[in-house]
Each structure stands twice: as structure tokens, then as C-alpha cells.
Design a protein around this ligand. Sequence first.
Ligand code: UD1
Ligand code: MG
Length: 455
Amino acid sequence: MSGRPLLIIILAAGKGTRMKSDRPKVLHEVAGRSLLGHVIASAGAAGADKIAVVVGPGMDDVRAEAIRWFPGAEVHVQPGQMGTGDAVLAARETIARASGDVIVLFGDTPLITPETIAAASNGLAAAGIAVVGFQASDPTGYGRLLQDASGQVIAIREHKDASEAERQVKLCNTGVMGFRSETMLEILGRIGNNNAKGEYYLTDAVEIGRSMGVAAAAVTGREDEMLGINDRSQLAEAERMFQVRARTCAMAEGATLVAPETVHFSFDTRLGRDVVIEPYVVFGPGVTIEDGVTVRAFSHLTGTDRKVKAGTVVREGAEIGPYARLRPGAEIGRGAHIGNFVEVKNVAVGAGAKANHLSYLGDGSVGAGANIGAGTIFCNYDGFRKHKTEIGAGAFIGSNSSLVAPVKIGEGAYIGSGSVVTKDVSENALALERSKQAEIPGWAAKFRALMQKRS
Ligand code: UD1
Ligand code: MG
């Protein structure tokens, strides 16, 4: 990092017509976080002191999203979409107050890394402008970086305005540009719109700067960070690329992914060491997995949903799945087992407790070492409100029991199979709620004989 104050401006005024969506483009998600959220997070990680986001008129939800990821973010409205140069000038007031480096990013490039942003800032150590370029496999559509013999950028030529010779240049503009704040507004003020698109191009800043004696340095960036999202196919491609990164990172940190290409992470999934993730596991946001946990195949874990942002944690050595579902507020204790077709929501499960088959545990707690039999249901909802089920340590809940909340099962108590428990149960007691079994000796043989005679 340069040590100079860093202002980052993120352009997000585009409507994203090609998404065919009611939502602004930058609010679409990759790995459970909006495109804008990803860009802001990278800007923050690169050391931004201030972030300004440029939005279109009426984009109040984009404003809210910006503030969610960077509470002090300043939001500016660009009244009409007249080009990237015009968009940056929507943040004129913020730029005028800045001293140091100003980096411009696009809100629809979610894969940009803090390292690339920092590189742009470093490029400003010896130049008034820094342009992050990349060697494009297919340069069509991108602005080309034209350099002099010393490597200084003398102009950026937009594809539509480029000559045949200029179109042969493979070094393209990523869109990430840096400016020294002292000269930035003067340069931007001179940008015109006399070009193929009739737009104010931010990229013209290079030639204008040069005419004022402000040099532009080229900084090397990576093509795979620059994927801009314009349609749903590109959104899926960004998701794919994000997942590749996340899996590589998880394995580098000491998790075993048996079939990495089938595991789907959230932007914030945290995994400890010696975690084993079997095939086809999906993580939503807000999940922490501690050391030595095994998550078996086809499990779905999330710590937040639209309404609840409680977080979900699986403590050391626990086993989840196969086919388990952990929802917000699931806290699975050390060495506990949550088995197939078990759903856990807003329940703290104590160390070593087991719920191995076909159960719903919603709202409450399960004490350490308790055993929850197959088919146990926490009846937590009365159609209006949610109620708690509290199970003491070491309790044994017989299979197919319904625990009608609010209800407490004391430590060490037994619940007979098939019981519908509506009252609290004392410690170490047996609670049984079912009618007595009746038996009629020889009934079956007589019945069979009768039926055979009739047929
Ligand atoms: C831009 C660059 C080009 C570069 C390419 C990389 C310019 C003139 N060209 O072209 O050199 O190779 O990105 O992808 O900068 N936006 C606004 N308001 C506007 C116009 C754009 O907020 O009035 C935002 C868009 O929402 C988008 C970003 O700026 O996030 C870039 O705009 P876009 O139209 O995609 O620029 P390109 O033509 O791709
Ligand atoms: Mg673009």
C-alpha cells in the first residue's frame, strides 16, 4: 500500500438491461453476496479510507447495499448515463475533498481482488494516472492501451474508435484506473464526447493528462478478475470462477474436498483444518465449520436466510449428514452427530449429542450427550408464534416422539417412543404418552381361517 489516503469510486449506474430483471444489475449475487458487495469488500481489503458509489436515479436499494458493506460509503446519483467519464464526475464533491490516490472500479466486476487494486495504487507512486491492463485472449470490445517505447501509456483507444492497426494491440484496459487527486478533476473536466458512442469516456483522461504533462503508468492485471457481468450467463460464469477460487483456498487451508467441483461455498464460509467435505454439499452464508468436522454428502448448511441472520456453527469433530440440513442458528456441539434427513434450526445441540435420523429440531436446545430418536419432531409453531423445546443433558427421546413446545425435558429423562409430550418432564423420569397395548391370543389364526373359507 502506498501510505497515501485512498478513495475508491465504484461505478454502478448501469441498469443492466441484458439481465432482464427487476433488480439493478449490481444487486444480483455471486456466492450469496451482491456483485457490488464483492467489489466493496475488495476495495475495503485494499485499504480504502473512503468509498463512493455512483448509482442511477431511484436506485435506493443499491444505496442501502453500499452502506451495508461499507457503512461510511458516500452515494452519488448520475442523472443520465453519459459514459464512464461522466459517471466519475457524479462523485465530484468527494473527489474535491480527497487528497491522495483515487481508484475507479466497476460495480459489475465481482472477481476483482484487493491485490489488483493495491497494484493500481502503487502505480501512482511515480505517475499521475495508472491504468490496469491485461493481455486479452479476445480483445474485441475492450479499450486498447497504446504505449510509447518506455511503456508509458499514451492513450486508451476504445474498440469502436480504434484503427485496424490499433485493434491488433492485445493489451486491454481492465477498467480499473487510478488518479492522483490533485490533477484528477482538472483532467476529467476536459473530457468531451466526440467519439463513436457520443459518450464521455473516462479513458480519454490518459491523452488529456499527457497534454498537461501528467504521465500514465501501465499496471499488469489479470483477465480472470475482470469478468464484467452483463447477462445471466456471465453471472453463472462468475459464480463458477468464484467457486473454483473458494475450493482451491479451502484445500490450501487444510480441508479435504473429496469431489471439489461438486461443493458450493458461500462468500464467507469458514472451514477449520482437517475438515472433510464429501460430494454435493452446499453452503449458504454465515457458516463456520471447526477443525476435524466431517460433512457428508448432499448436506445443505446455511447461517442466514432472508429473515434470520443468526449464523450457524459446527464445532470440532462433529459429523453432519449425509442429507442433513442446518439452518440459521444451528449450533452443533463438539463431536455431536446430525444424521440423514435431520433439519436443525435455531437449536444449540450439546457436545456428543446425537440426532441421527429423520428429525426436525427447531427453536430450543439439546443437552450434551442426549439421544434424539428417529422421527422426533419439535412442534415449535402454533400458527402464530414459535416456542422452545429444551432437552436436558443425557436425555433419551424415543423414536417418533412429538415434543409440543413450549416444553422442557429434564436431564437424563426418557421419553417412550411415539409419545406426544405436552407437559414438562422431570429429571431422570420416564414419560410415556400412548394407550396401553392390547393383545387377543389366537386372533390372527382365526381371522385367516375365516377369510379363507369365504373366498
Ligand atoms: C469500459 C472501458 C474500456 C474497458 C472496459 C472493460 C470506458 C470508456 N471504456 O468499456 O476501455 O476495456 O470497460 O470492461 O471507460 N457506467 C456508469 N455510468 C455510465 C456509463 C457506465 O455508471 O454513464 C458504469 C457501468 O454500469 C459499468 C461501468 O461503468 O459498471 C463500465 O461501463 P461499460 O458501459 O460497461 O463500459 P465498456 O464499454 O465496457
Ligand atoms: Mg462493460
